[in-house]
Design a protein around this ligand. Structure first.
Ligand code: ZN
Length: 473
């Protein structure tokens, strides 16, 4: 009897414990494992609803965002092997620099305060002919990668030569980019003939096809440096490989006047007549675009990239951003430059300038607001690059490209409106952490994937070489 009762007691204890365990497990499901949680900050998601989580978190698995939401909900459901504590800070999608020429960092400040036509033909084209080789491109790119990560840029679009070397450096640093090999109607530093250029570019497109970070592209320079044949050949190659096409469009008055005289068409109409414009084209500048041009750009789903610093520095004119947005054109933001037309790669600064330039141009403080500026640097930049399925906002399923901005410096407080703070008050130096494809490239202001000191030292060396090559003092 004693033994039987003891036996029942044991079974009873076993069953109640099992039930308790099961019930507990049901109430507290196991946390789903992730690789990184960025938590406790103000999440500015830039999703369709423009959601802001005041105490939020972003969960990353591999290179992808798996959850975004209030911190308490996120922390209850997810556990990660790495955590970035963003308390008291902003968490934003990584910024998108939609137009630049990164190896030109080594020409920064070489000859400023001249017209674009003079700058190109008298200074830059000769300086390029004497100095640009693969080593130049690699070091210029490294310097630019460091500078861009420091200003919160996670994706950039580039147009230059030896673009495969730019791609290798960019991939090694873990940055995302659309990299266009430049086509121009004179012997370029890398490819001296049309045939060599076509072969190099085709190989470049094949090599990077399907890469998660590098999007190889073709970049016919402009209608004023490329014949119709060059433009058509570039577009044909682009379409054969489903690659993007990067081009300068309507960037100076002379380009418009010459096109009207030679083609009886505006630059946009001319490109459309050639069949170049389509949903794979990223058009830099778009300054001289009238109402009809804007309709064509919208209809063809061309992405445009506005470069406020460059427009001002070269006195090129001002891209009609408000009208383009109203016409349904996706307009992103770029630094251009970094030589002769800016001279830096600071997209935080461009957000500040884009709104102010629109305001002074229209003599109307309502012309473009801070929220629009942040949109242009993030989700609209992604749309302009035709990459909004992957980047531009913090949403599950998108690539984990995000930045953390500190709010503890005098210029960062108080903060009544997040968008106004980002556009008008915060600086590149406030960006403290940058994650691209789930991988931290900068943490607490420390760059993790680029040898910044070496790039800075090499830039100083190049300064002397370039000065000597041009016979300057
Ligand atoms: Zn440019």
């Amino acid at each position: 009897m004693m033994r039987r009762s003891h036996g029942y007691g044991f079974v009873w204890l076993f069953l109640t414990t099992l039930c308790a365990l099961l019930c507990d497990a049901q109430m507290k499901p196991a946390k789903s494992p992730a690789d990184l949680i960025v938590t406790g900050g103000i999440v500015v998601a830039m999703d369709g609803a423009r959601t802001i989580y005041h105490d939020g978190a972003v969960v990353v698995k591999g290179d992808t965002i798996v959850a975004v939401g209030p911190r308490s909900e996120i922390e209850a459901k997810h556990a990660a092997s790495d955590t970035i504590d963003a308390r008291g800070k902003l968490i934003l999608p990584g910024l998108i620099n939609g137009h630049t020429h990164v190896p030109m960092t080594l020409f920064r400040g070489l000859h400023d305060d001249v017209t674009l036509d003079d700058w190109l033909r008298k200074y830059i084209f000769p300086a390029e002919a004497r100095n640009v080789n693969e080593d130049f491109v690699r070091w210029g790119t490294r310097l630019a990668l460091a500078e861009q990560v420091r200003s919160g840029v996670t994706t950039f679009a580039d147009m230059y030569y030896y673009e495969d070397a730019v791609a290798q450096e960019t991939k090694a640093a873990g940055m995302r980019a659309v990299l266009g090999e430049t086509w121009i109607d004179f012997p370029a530093p890398d490819n001296k003939s049309e045939a060599a250029r076509a072969a190099y570019t085709e190989q470049f497109l094949k090599k990077w096809s399907g890469d998660p970070l590098i999007h190889a592209a073709v970049a016919p320079h402009s209608i004023y440096t490329c014949s119709a044949k060059t433009l058509n050949d570039a577009a044909a190659l682009t379409r054969k490989y489903h690659a993007p096409l990067l081009i300068h469009v309507a960037e100076m008055k002379k380009e418009l006047d010459d096109s009207l005289k030679q083609n009886r068409l505006t630059p946009v109409e001319y490109l459309d007549k050639l069949g170049i414009l389509g949903p794979d084209v990223v058009a830099a500048h778009c300054i001289f675009v009238d109402d009809k041009d804007r309709q064509i750009l919208a209809q063809r789903q061309v992405g445009c990239v506005h470069n406020p610093s460059s427009n001002m520095m070269l006195a090129s004119g001002v891209s009609p951003v408000r009208e383009m947005r109203a016409a349904g054109v996706a307009v992103g933001l770029g630094t251009d430059g970094p030589a002769g037309s800016n001279n830096d790669l600071d997209l935080m600064e461009e957000m500040d300038l884009v709104a102010k330039l629109a305001k002074i141009t229209e003599m109307n403080p309502l012309a473009l607001n801070a929220k629009a500026a942040v949109e242009m640097a993030t989700i609209d930049g992604a749309r302009a690059m035709h990459m909004d399925k992957d980047i531009g906002s913090l949403e599950p399923g998108k690539k984990a490209d995000l930045i953390v901005i500190a709010l503890d410096r005098p210029n960062a407080v108080p903060m009544y409106d997040v968008y106004a703070q980002v556009a008008y008050a915060l600086k590149a130096s406030d960006v403290d952490t940058v994650v691209i494809g789930g991988r931290p490239l900068m943490r607490d202001h420390k760059l993790l994937t680029v040898d910044e000191a070496a790039a800075v030292a090499k830039a100083r060396e190049y300064q002397k070489t370039i000065t000597d090559s041009l016979g300057l003092q």
